[in-house]
Design a protein around this ligand. Sequence first.
Ligand code: ARG
Length: 467
Amino acid sequence: MAESTTDTKSSNQMWGGRFASGPDAIMEEINASIGFDKKLFAQDIRGSIAHATMLAHQAIISAEDKDKIVHGLNTILSEIESGNFEFSRKLEDIHMNVEARLATLIGPTAGRLHTARSRNDQVALDFRLWVKEELQKTEQLLTNLIAAFLDRAEEHAETVMPGFTHLQTAQPVTFGHHCMAYVEMFGRDRARVRHAIEHLDESPIGAAALAGTGYPIDRHMTARALGFREPTRNSIDTVSDRDFAIEFLSIAAICAMHLSRLAEEIVIWSTPQFGFVRLSDAFSTGSSIMPQKKNPDAAELVRAKTGRINGSLIALLTIMKGLPLAYSKDMQEDKEQVFDAAESLELAVSAMTGMVRDLTINTARMKAAAGSGYSTATDLADWLVREAGLPFRDAHHVTGRAVALAESKGCDLAELPLADLQAIDAAITDKVYGVLTVEASVASRNSFGGTAPSEVRKQIAFWRARN
Ligand code: ARG
């Protein structure tokens, strides 16, 4: 797919009627979008075929001309797909590259294709179709990621690990429960993707330059042919709207933020200091100087992609914010942001799915860490409330004294002799030891959405039915 810079002195063959000379070389460079919008070739050709078919159906062009046009467009499609198409920067963008080639292939009939449309509704159509397909791909990728988490959650519904707040040991939780937290996050992302598909499911073609057209076109017919629910309802909005692209970027940014939090956890958990997980060879790299190292590069890069995606969102919001209605050329800058973010998001979700599937969980390390840091102190306080009838605030205070004592003796709460505990509060009996293990702690948290294995299994079943 080579690009040629042809003689800049002759005027543009598509719109150059009133121009005596061609653009300056710099003008051509700043104006051209073919370098990136050639990605839209399939959507452009599909849109043109639907448009030509509708024009013939409405007797705006003849059936013979329509057949010639459709045949030529299909030829161009296979030329591009097989790499036998020469893109020209002089022809600015994908729309004019395709139309110029059509003219070479079928002669002056090609000129009838652009009846009752403009590049303004054409680009709005092509880009919408592209974003819609990308959203559908994203939906599937998120489904795969959720499936990976559901499998790991099921496998580890009983595996105990420390739960953190402020990254300090808080209370024991199950690894299955932690996995299900990510299922909730990516489930919300997927719901946002589905809403976005519904929002953008309107066909822009037929809005023409901005005001609609006097030709008797049938916008419902093109909308149906292109798989849209219905046509857009305001031609000015249609050619000046890029909300669908901004929505895609917002969703991508939120999802990337979720992926980045997960990446950060994987980076922390795979350190020798934590040792909760081991990355597979397939998703880590070695160091060229330190032979012992296994680096979580994939997780780090997923974390970093968030920066690019956020950048794209801010870039497009900024591009759009000052534009008077309707179309302005500024809007040509929308595509690179979306293409880059889409590529980053696809890679990040896919890499994360692989990492999650491949992670080796060190259940012994997780369990040991779950029991350290007096993680069952809340269970002692709850026992005092339940069994000894103390108000929670008093129970909290008693437990605090027990923790201080254990700390001064260098032992765990469960290792304190009963006499020591009774010296702090006489109501304590040896039954208390039953709630001080991490297993008892997680099993007791069986409120709806809680960490108890029984609850985690319910939530897994809920999501399995929806995945
Ligand atoms: N390449 C242009 C874009 O991406 C196509 C629309 C151009 N329309 C126009 N009136 N100059 O936005």
